[in-house]
Design a protein around this ligand. Structure first.
Ligand SMILES: [Zn+2]
Length: 363
């Protein structure tokens, strides 16, 4: 996966196998066996998922595959930074790596070419000789990428393949179409002011990024998390409570299902036509949903009372989606001053810890 782009059919087959093994312990899982959507399962913990790696980026990018792409970026990174790579030296002799164009063709190379904008977007350049830096697409000026800061001027570029070295030698005007709009002409003056302050040296251009480790390697796992965070937004509210503790993985997984109301309670089984009604068989006093099992049922309440927790229960509201915890149930526990608070989606509670041990409590 870190050497070449894999076919989409292979990703679908691998995802199908992962889903089947995860939910059914078989090579294939049916819809009713999948308690949470695979899209949610493959999010990181702090995005509400289980942290299983997503192989498919097409849902985000419509071009490449996330895990595959993150690993392939290491090849581009090697082209720009590795001095001892014979492959990088071979490629540098044949192509202009600022644009990845030259005397190399093929599907593998086309994949790397499509990834170049991604690599340019996550790196900044300290200019040396300017030969490996795109004047338009790389972030080499403090003001930002010229295509972003001066879009009118960039739209008048005759070619987008010019390097900083070429532009400083020939002048930026030589890279533009003859006639400029008024706005482009204004932007040209500002760009020329920037270029007048640039001095080239004999050293290679240097790439920097917060995604580089101290030894200069590209941290693809950090990049993966960055893409996930950009896709799904900031972290979910229950991640810390579910995962930041010393409970066994089995308990954590159950808690993860519970906050999403995806445990196999009768209300969920009724939706799948597995049972004929959703009445609680223990107390026969209400629908057996997630909140009822753990806090609403008289049997559950007797358990909480026995260990010193008093809960005031309100009915859970059903949610059809699995995009995160639903609105908090106004459930409270009368607890001692020393307590642990937690939120299970619709259920908020405080857990007394003066005499009892909270199973989710971290140390
Ligand atoms: Zn009950």
């Amino acid at each position: 996966m870190c050497a070449d782009e894999l076919p989409q059919g292979m990703f679908r087959a691998m995802d199908s196998l992962c889903r089947g093994f995860f939910w059914a312990g078989e090579s294939k899982a049916f819809g009713a066996q999948c308690l949470v959507g695979w899209d949610k399962v493959t999010r990181p913990h702090d995005q509400g998922g289980l942290g299983i790696r997503d192989l498919d980026l097409r849902k985000f990018d419509a071009t490449l595959d996330l895990q595959n792409s993150c690993l392939l970026l290491k090849l581009i990174h090697r082209l720009y930074t590795a001095n001892d790579s014979s492959w990088a030296a071979w490629v540098n002799e044949r192509v202009d790596i600022s644009t990845m164009t030259g005397d190399i063709e093929g599907s593998h190379w086309s994949t790397l070419q499509r990834l170049l904008p991604v690599y340019q977007s996550i790196t900044t350049v300290t200019i040396g000789n300017g030969t490996t830096t795109s004047i338009w697409h790389d972030h080499w000026l403090e003001c930002g990428r010229l295509t972003n800061v001066y879009p009118a001027l960039a739209s008048h570029a005759a070619t987008t393949t010019a390097t900083v070295a070429r532009v400083l030698a020939d002048g930026v005007r030589a890279q533009l179409v003859p006639r400029l709009s008024r706005l482009a002409a204004q932007e040209l003056e500002e760009v020329q002011e920037h270029l007048q302050r640039v001095r080239l040296s004999s050293h290679r251009d240097t790439r920097c990024s917060e995604l580089f480790s101290p030894d200069g390697t590209l941290k693809t796992s950090a990049l993966y998390k960055l893409v996930m965070c950009a896709t799904y937004g900031p972290g979910c509210s229950y991640a810390k409570f579910i995962w930041d503790n010393r409970a066994s993985p089995k308990v954590q997984f159950f808690g993860w299902l519970m906050v999403q109301e995806r445990v196999q309670c009768k209300t969920n089984l009724l939706l799948k036509n597995i049972v004929n009604d959703d009445q609680c068989e223990v107390c026969a006093n209400g629908a057996e949903d997630t909140g009822h099992i753990f806090y609403g049922c008289s049997f559950a309440q007797s358990f909480w009372n026995a260990i010193g927790i008093q809960c005031r229960i309100h009915p859970l509201r059903r949610h059809g989606s699995c995009n995160g915890p639903s609105a908090p149930l106004r459930s409270t526990a009368i607890a001692s001053p020393c307590c642990v608070t937690g939120s299970f989606g619709n259920i908020k509670m405080k857990w007394s810890s003066d005499q009892h041990t909270h199973p989710f409590k971290g140390c």
